[in-house]
Design a protein. Sequence first.
Length: 308
Amino acid sequence: MAEKKPLIVSIDDETSTLKLIAAILKKDYEVVSFNSGQAALAELRNRLEPSLIICDIDMPELNGYGVKEKLANNAKLSSIPFIFLTALNTRQDFRKGMVHGADDYLTKPFSPEDLLETLETRLSRTKEFQAKTSLNIHTLGGIGVEADGNFLTYDAKKVIELLVYLIVNQSAVPLHIIQPSLWREEVVDNSLHVLTNRARKTFEGLAEFVIEDDILFLKLLVDYYWDAQDFDYQAQKALKGNSLAAVAEVGLLYKGMFLPDFESSWSERRRAYYDSLYFKLLEKELELAKSKADKDVAKAKLDFYLGN
């Protein structure tokens, strides 16, 4: 039986471009074409499971950025490799594409070789990364990162601070903002570049750190779990409800101080934020406790946290 060809979804409001892409790819790929982002999204949500999506940016009704944003908000579709194909070719356009989470950016006009090389490179990387299913990031009460159950080694633990800093700041931050955020003391001019190179080495095959002009971009290549992010989400959810059990359970996610021993202004602000969130949970638990036993437990937790 012949091996099934990878499915490529092509989205462009220009019929000529759709025909050109289909002609170039037909030998090695199955191609499904759409002349609007809305039509493509409807089919992607319904039945299509492509290996990769190629999408024009400048389209009526819903442009390429809008398509990517809607895909990012869909758990089933968010991890599909996504390439912007567009006549917009300035540095600002490239930067905007990266901010929106594109895996690659191909400009018009393009040659068959350009298109094939871009697809093959991205699909090859995706295949490699599928072997590494997830990152498990620990920052509460300790620090470390696991990939498929194995702790990563690193030259400097600050690479983990850089990773979570970029996650919090939506994966794109101007360089001149990062340095004063992550270093309290004066450092040499190339400190951030050295740290970025160390991060690339540590997270090779798991995340990409790309510098374009004065912006550092983070592109996560695998799924991840971050304890502080999960604690934040679950705590906010529990604080809105009135379940004693839920509040107490979420409190167990707080394993201790965020990034202990880190002294950057950013890490100290985040530490204060998670500490205050935990304190609110303890107060909420005491407020919701009805029986004497529950009140005693809640009060003991609060006193211990306050050092009483």
